[in-house]
Every structure is written in C-alpha cells, then in structure tokens.
Design a protein around this ligand. Structure first.
Ligand code: 6PG
Length: 246
C-alpha cells in the first residue's frame, strides 16, 4: 500500500487551482479508459473554489456528460436549502457544466434519514455491481474535530462493514445526516482530501500520525487501497508528522 501523497501550497486558492487540474485530469482519464467516470463530491465550504474552477477553467476540458456525480454525505434538509451539500455543488459546479441532469445523483433528503440512506444505497448498487462501489475519485473534507464526510468521532457508523450508506447524527446542526460508510468511500481508485486553514492543522496532524483511530475518523483514510492525495495549504499542514526518511 502506497503512502499518502502530501501536497502543500501557500494559500487556499492555490490548493483549489492545483486540485481542479488534477480532478479534471483524473475524470478525463477515467472516462477515456472505461467510457464514463464517477466522482463523489465533498460538502462543506472548502471545495467551493475547486468546484468553481472546474466549472469555468475546465468546462471544455472534461467530457462532463460522461461523468456521474454522487455525494459522500448530505445534511437531511431540502435540496434547495443553503445548508445542502447538493445545493452548494449545484451553484458552484453543476449548473455551469454541459451535461444531462440524469448524470447527477443527489441523496433523497425528502425521505426520513434511514429511508434516504437505504434509497441511496439502492441507487449506488444500481451503478456498481461489485461488493463495494469503486468510484474513480472521492473528494473528502476534514472537520476540525477530525470528522470526514458525516463520519464523526466515536460514531458507530465507523464500524459499519455491510451497508454502503447509513443515517447518522452530527454534533452540530443540521444534526440529521446521511453518509457513505468507510468501505464505500475508501474502495475508490483515487481519494483527494482537501483541507485549508489553521483550524484544520490539529485534525490533519492526527489523521496522518495515526491509522484507524475512531476518535479521528479522517485517520481511516490512510487505510484506503487506492491512491490517496492530501491537498493542503501550509496552515492546515502545520502539524504534519515527520516523514519517514526511508
Ligand atoms: C459536510 C461535509 C464535511 C466537510 C467538513 C469540512 O457535510 O459538512 O461533508 O465532511 O467536508 O466538515 O467542512 P469545511 O470545508 O466547511 O471546513
């Protein structure tokens, strides 16, 4: 298993610019190799600039109509709610891309959380015939507490080894969440973790210093079989553990 690739940049804008180029390249390669590409989008605020750049600088560089869009997690709010991860991606990325709406698979947050999780798992299983989904690229953010997607510290969802999607609760509003589970997320061919700002330095340091610590869900990312790249600004990377010199 290869170690994670750590990519540090002076400012968040540079992280977004470099990551946008890598995302565009990865999706184009995947679509060229097997006819279509699948990406899991992250929510929160960090990916917004990355998404904006994809929709503008790379609008004509990627066969977007051969990309399928999924979400790694969602807040259980209406899809037009400002707090929705789908809403954020619609506004910053999807509305600007030349593609059919059927390529976009939002979580059905009009359902109760458990039913939404079951329904989304059925959606994923209709696109991936394997034991676990194998996305071409998964984008993940990291919270200051070490959560990723909506997998929060000490959550029972971290132990899930059967379901691809589960309902869970967050310690902050909106509390009702639906999230992909670790096996569903970490079976991807590629994972890009995006984190910027000093508030993330502790979580990033812990995530990269330990492996599979339920108190820091982002630490599980290093157990992924695929290629993992951490896209960080120097503030978020301020507490990186010393690199193995071998
Ligand atoms: C969410 C995200 C979550 C996010 C982190 C970081 O639903 O909030 O999926 O996992 O990536 O909380 O959020 P920021 O990018 O806003 O710091």
């Amino acid at each position: 298993m290869k170690g994670p690739k750590l990519l540090l940049f002076a400012h968040a804008e540079e992280v977004a610019a470099a990551a946008a180029q890598a995302v565009a390249q990865r999706l184009s390669e995947a679509a060229g190799q097997h006819g279509s590409a699948s990406i899991v989008l992250a929510g929160g605020g960090t990916p917004k600039e990355l998404y904006r750049r994809l929709a503008t600088d790379y609008r004509h560089d990627v066969p977007w109509d051969r990309v399928r869009f999924f979400w790694g997690d969602e807040r259980v709010v209406p899809l037009d709610d400002e707090r929705s991860n789908y809403h954020m991606a619609r506004e910053s990325l999807l509305d600007g891309l030349p593609m059919r709406s059927e390529r976009v698979h939002p979580m059905p947050t009009h359902l109760a959380p458990g039913l939404a999780a079951d329904a989304y798992e059925r959606t994923l299983r209709s696109h991936f015939a394997s034991d676990w989904p194998r996305f071409d690229l998964v984008l993940l953010g990291v919270g200051a507490d070490g959560h990723t997607a909506s997998l929060f510290p000490a959550s029972p969802a971290l132990q899930e080894s059967t379901h691809w999607v589960v309902a869970t609760t967050a310690p902050v509003e909106p509390r009702d969440r639906v999230t992909l589970t670790l096996p569903a997320l970490l079976g991807a061919a590629g994972i890009f973790v995006l984190a910027t700002g000093a508030s993330k330095a502790g979580a990033i340091g812990r995530a990269l210093a330990t492996e599979a610590d339920p108190q820091c869900p982002a630490s599980f990312i290093s157990t992924a079989q695929g290629a993992v790249a951490w896209w960080l600004d120097v503030e978020a990377g301020a507490h990186l553990p010393p690199r193995d010199s071998s």
